[in-house]
Design a protein around this ligand. Structure first.
Ligand SMILES: [Zn+2]
Length: 292
């Protein structure tokens, strides 16, 4: 199973998180049948969501929405406190020519627009922060969100390497956050460490354990791993929920569906799971609706 590690570094002045999540991103690729550029977009957003989910507790959850004007359309990711993540891109069959340095053109696929992060912390109204998309490369955008919306200086790196067979070879990322009270000189120290630092995918190809990413930034005596958690692609949809959704349709819409006298198919946006409902089931839903 894919892993996330959480710890501290440089005398408890930094919170550090790293993830290796090839299985999570490969599951998403297979479910959504994404093409390479879209795989990288969705994969980075899923890993970003997982990194952000480390601070959630109990029933809390968060949603990341990239609403850009690029060819993949909207990018939606949900993550919960158990590090279960799900997500989709509006147009999965997107592959663009690579960038000048040979990378998948994630920024071009996402385009310009807004990044909206909502956190349901179980306090009634969710906390919602919105910032303009900076580069569409996902990591810089999430770091910008943290800086502007949460006033938390954050370094975030994400990477998805897609092989020539279109499958995910490696995927992962890390997050470094300044904890309150950290001395000012720590910022240039981190910048120095990350100057000319290798890509996440280059490192994970050498060794795909999340510890490896952190060990390249910090010396062994400079950081401590406090927790190790499993992460996975998992959707919360089920037949009952889809049925409830059908129950919210207009009576006339349900009647039209029943009149067709064939199975109605519903597909979950997040995981592409198919659910079929017979006209008899729809009739029951319609009757329940009439009872309310
Ligand atoms: Zn689903």
């Amino acid at each position: 199973m894919d892993k996330m590690i959480i710890g501290t570094a440089l005398d408890n002045n930094l919170r550090i998180i790293a993830i290796s999540a090839k299985g999570t991103v490969e599951t998403a690729r297979m479910r959504h049948e994404t093409w390479p550029t879209a795989t990288a977009v969705l994969g980075r957003a899923l890993i970003g969501g997982l990194l952000m989910s480390a601070s959630l507790q109990d029933e809390q959850k968060l949603t990341i929405r990239f609403l850009g004007d690029g060819p993949v359309g909207a990018v939606i990711v949900d993550a919960n406190a158990e590090q279960q993540v799900r997500g989709y891109v509006q147009e999965p069959q997107v592959h663009l020519p690579p960038t000048f340095d040979g990378k998948l053109n994630v920024g071009g696929a996402v385009g310009q627009g807004n990044l909206i992060v909502s956190k349901d912390l179980g306090l009634g109204e969710p906390y919602v922060g919105q910032v303009p998309i900076q580069s569409g490369e996902i990591a810089t955008d999430l770091a910008y969100y943290y800086a502007v919306s949460e006033q938390t200086p954050t370094v975030l790196a994400l990477g998805v390497l897609v092989g020539t067979d279109s499958q995910v070879e490696v995927a992962g990322g890390y997050l470094i956050q300044l904890l309150p009270g950290a001395p000012d000189e720590i910022v240039p120290d981190i910048e120095r460490r990350l100057t000319d630092f290798p890509n996440v995918t280059t490192l994970l190809k050498e060794n795909d354990r999340p510890e490896y990413l952190l060990s390249k930034i910090f010396n062994p005596d400079e950081f401590e791993i406090l927790e190790k958690r499993d992460v996975e692609f998992r959707c919360t949809c089920n037949r009952e929920r889809l049925k409830d959704l059908l129950g919210t349709l207009e009576v006339s819409e349900l009647e039209d569906m029943i009149a067709k006298e064939e199975e109605t198919e519903m597909i979950c946006h997040f995981c592409r799971q198919r659910y079929e409902f017979t006209p008899e089931e729809l009739r029951l839903i319609l009757n329940e609706k009439a009872d309310i």
